[in-house]
Design a binder for this molecule. Structure first.
Ligand SMILES: Nc1ncnc2c1ncn2[C@@H]1O[C@H](COP(=O)(O)OP(=O)(O)OP(=O)(O)O)[C@@H](O)[C@H]1O
Ligand SMILES: [Mg+2]
Length: 380
């Protein structure tokens, strides 16, 4: 059984030892870290790893308030259990507002801890260290502008969080016309552009401060809001950001623009899975064929390429079989055309949430299943 990882933070070492002793009676827990400084708590929050952090009793809510605010998005992964000597309604209200997972009053019983752990276990599904899952990078590429890449990237990302409760980030590398933030109705404080001055010092902790967290828990790095800001972002910057972002995520989804720039080729080289989005028109299919040939030259593993046919039900005189025949491979996911798509895009609510029972959402769920699954056997 995978254990729930525990960290204990308190000013006094003897308190840490007492809590450790109590928690050791629970076989499903493993105390892996402890510390007496608030910087120890900060380091744990910066890591964004699923774990339960017991704080107190000599550190109170007031001591950790600022840290919880600065690392609010980390609390999707690390859950804080606050130990207090006196409980009040005011304290509880404040704790809830700061996203503290649980508050336990001292003295507590074995059953109090048991209840807390059971509650935490539910929300820490992602906390179990799953050895089968290593961080995966998924790039969404398209054979033409407007083919549905960003819409699919957004729904794949939130769909992964929703179904397998993992840490997922979304990186908008369509630096000129990126619209991920808009599609998620986010008002980001920072974009890729703001990272440029600190690119040489970039590490996961620094990067974490530039991310915007969606209500689903998705960590988003948006494209620049002003097109003039996109010019200074080069390929090395993109790769450095991607590497750091994947250290914070189980799945990193990269949305792209629709042409084979150096930037995109480099991203693809650093990618585990590539989803190529296409539509049922001749230029798209021709470009898909060219893209597949380029990928073959790059020796990108065939089995890790997924072809997504968007607006697959459009009656435009070309069938799925004819497309498969032309590209000499199967379409992996077919997404129908539906006006609920632009409606959800305009609302800024991912369709997987907005119309979960629609056939568009069902095909997107199919993609989520493929990406979260064990992967295909080697082809060719
Ligand atoms: N299956 C679908 N049915 C109906 N409309 C769709 C469908 N897929 C995408 N659209 C619409 O097409 C438009 C373009 O989609 P999207 O922005 O995702 O494309 P893109 O490939 O990211 O474009 P760009 O190349 O500009 O980045 C959006 O307004 C979206 O609502
Ligand atoms: Mg787009």
């Amino acid at each position: 059984m995978n254990k729930i990882l525990i960290a204990i933070i308190d000013k006094q070492v003897n308190n840490i030892d007492k809590i450790k002793y109590l928690l050791e009676r629970f076989p499903e827990l493993e105390v892996t870290r402890s510390g007496t400084e608030l910087s120890d708590l900060e380091a744990l929050l910066a890591e964004r790893k699923p774990c339960l952090i017991w704080v107190g009793p000599t550190y109170g809510l007031g001591d950790i308030e600022e840290l919880l605010k600065s690392y609010h998005s980390s609390l999707y992964f690390a859950k804080i259990i606050l130990l207090v000597r006196g409980m009040s309604a005011e304290l509880l209200k404040k704790a809830i507002k700061l996203n503290v997972h649980d508050v336990i009053e001292i003295p507590f019983t074995y059953n109090d801890i048991k209840d807390t752990i059971e509650r935490a276990e539910m929300s820490l599904v992602s906390g179990r260290q799953d050895k089968r899952i290593r961080p995966k990078r998924v790039t969404i590429f398209g054979t033409k502008g407007g083919v549905g890449k960003s819409f699919i990237a957004v729904n794949l990302a939130v769909g992964l969080i929703n179904s397998i409760k993992k840490r997922v980030s979304l990186f908008d590398t369509n630096y000129q016309f990126g619209d991920i933030a808009l599609m998620l109705n986010l008002n980001p404080k920072y974009s890729v552009y703001d990272i440029l001055p600190v690119i040489d010092q970039l590490d996961p902790k620094v990067l974490g401060g530039f991310l915007t967290t969606h209500s689903s828990g998705l960590m988003v790095l948006p494209a620049p809001l002003d097109i003039t800001e996109s010019t200074g972002i080069n390929s090395e910057t993109t790769i450095k950001i991607l590497e750091n972002l994947s250290k914070l995520s189980d799945y990193t989804i990269v949305d792209t623009s629709s042409y084979f720039s150096d930037d995109i080729l480099n991203v693809i080289r650093e990618t585990d899975y590539l989803c190529i989005v296409t539509s049922k028109d001749a230029p798209s299919i021709k470009n898909l064929k060219i893209a597949l040939q380029i990928l073959e030259k790059l020796k990108f593993p065939k089995e890790n390429i997924y072809v997504i046919l968007n607006r697959a039900d459009s009656k435009v005189g070309i069938t799925i079989e004819e497309i498969e025949d032309t590209i000499q491979r199967k379409i992996d996911v077919a997404i129908p055309s539906d006006r609920i798509v632009p409606i959800s895009v305009n609302k800024g609510v991912p369709l997987i949430f907005d119309a979960p029972r629609s056939s568009v959402a069902r095909s997107l769920q199919g993609l989520v299943k493929i990406i979260s699954g064990p992967g295909r056997k080697k082809i060719g």
